[in-house]
Design a protein. Structure first.
Lengths: 113, 113
């Protein structure tokens, strides 16, 4: 199976605290965990920022998974000390949606290559 | 310039009426304007659905533009009779964010190839 055939596309969302935007941008301009995301077979990762009608700021993420074992790759990523430190930095800037404790996965309803 | 070098990534958002979800899904399962989106140099187009903390359902779109003249391609797309009919079908199902009259473009704050 080629990467093209096995790619899975993810859309994720989370709130972000107004007062943390500048710090979050600065953090994400750097090298951060870019290498670990690629090691976890995550590609073409974008994060977008938008103010929604409730007045809150939200982040919307998009990435493609090109590996063969998503659960294993995510477990390895989550266990990596540098990723744990990274998430600790981000966690205090973000506001998970009610009833969740991190990024929420959205449902894909359309895809056109 | 190769496609890889010139690609621009877009994130867009709009509300959708609860009672229109089934019809919207069905419409987007078909051929619709998939050919016109590709003609307009839009690639890798996903739409995700999620209920946000305000209780409303929203659609989040992601696509990549691989052409050389975005404004011209969008103008040609918007003027195409089949696309006009398509947008008319979608418009009554969607709720643009306050102060807008269609999909809102989000700001990209992170990208990792």
């Amino acid at each position: 199976m080629t990467e093209l055939n096995s790619v899975r596309r993810f859309g994720i969302v989370i709130g972000i605290r107004e007062q943390c935007i500048a710090e979050y941008r600065q953090l994400h301009d750097g090298e951060g965990v870019r290498d670990l995301l690629r090691l976890a077979n995550m590609r073409n990762f974008s994060i977008f920022l938008h103010r929604m009608p409730d007045g809150g700021l939200y982040e919307f993420g998009y990435y493609e998974y090109v590996g063969g074992d998503y659960a294993a790759d995510m477990s390895a990523l989550e266990a990596h000390p540098r990723n744990i430190a990274w998430l600790n930095s981000c966690d205090r800037m973000q506001i998970p949606l009610p009833g969740t404790n991190g990024w929420s996965e959205m449902e894909s309803i359309f895809f056109n290559a």
